[in-house]
Design a protein around this ligand. Structure first.
Ligand code: ZN
Length: 262
């Protein structure tokens, strides 16, 4: 087995991204994500706790905790070296498939030599902000989606929400209007919003799919008790054939028989 540098691996991904590689059904609880532990298969549906901002997990059932390598080791029942290898393979594959998707959509942001930096989460977004609260979004929901008020940057003065690929790669931030003075159109920087379906990376298999008009409707639905693993939104006002095809394959992939539109 090849040697994997844990520290280097940790610089390239985080526990939130790694959690998406695992068969976990997590729900936001304040600044944590909680769900049943598929490895222990006991202890109820809040047994497994992930605290993304600290990069840690804890399983109340097994009384085991630690970083994302230990998380994968616990869930997969393997050694930490094997876990690191699994993560390395998954994020390596993802980079390759993302590049392929970019080429197919003609939306390649990265130069062919692949030197473009990976988009990093914006550290300065404020989940707790009066403008966010005024939209009807609680701090817990804003945090669960990794969004917040942007006090600076290209989305300054807007509620910024991360947009991920189906595989969980951070693609862009959507800037939502927070006041009537701002254009209600979602704002993006160097990104074609027609290539992604918002929140698709969180969908779990089976059940009904809920499709919202836009990310704000989606967050408000989650605010009011809709599970975040069941709901998606488009990022554009009009929907192209490609987006419908994307939706159809997403529904097939997650075994949804029907979708409810809002
Ligand atoms: Zn466990």
């Amino acid at each position: 087995m090849p040697y994997i540098d844990f520290t280097e691996l940790k610089s390239r991904t985080d526990i939130a991204q790694v959690a998406q590689l695992l068969p976990l059904v997590l729900k936001p609880h304040g600044n944590q994500q909680r769900g049943p532990c598929p490895a222990c298969n006991k202890g109820g549906d809040r047994t497994l706790v992930i605290t993304p901002e600290r990069g840690l997990f804890y399983c109340f059932s097994a009384k085991i905790g630690g970083d994302f390598i230990k998380l994968v080791a616990h869930i997969k029942g393997c050694t930490q070296n094997e876990a690191a290898q699994l993560i390395e393979n998954a994020i390596g594959d993802k980079r390759a498939s993302d590049r392929k998707a970019d080429v197919q959509t003609g939306n390649a942001a990265a130069p062919p030599n692949g030197t473009a930096a990976k988009l990093k989460p914006l550290p300065y977004l404020e989940a707790e902000h009066p403008m966010v609260e005024a939209l009807g979004i609680s701090v817990a929901t804003a945090e669960a989606f990794g969004g917040g008020y942007a006090g600076k940057g290209v989305l300054r003065g807007r509620f910024a929400l991360p947009v991920y690929s189906r595989e969980g790669t951070l693609l862009a931030y959507a800037g939502l209007a927070v006041s009537k003075q701002q254009s209600p159109q979602l704002l993006f920087h160097n990104f074609d919003p027609g290539v992604a379906i918002f929140n698709a990376h969180r969908l779990t298999d089976g059940g009904e799919l809920i499709v919202c008009r836009d990310p704000l409707q989606l967050l408000l639905a989650v605010e009011n008790g809709i599970a975040m693993e069941t709901i998606i939104a488009f990022l554009t006002d009009s929907i192209s054939v490609r987006q419908f095809e994307q939706l159809a394959s997403l529904m097939k992939e997650t075994q949804k028989v029907s979708a409810q539109l809002f």
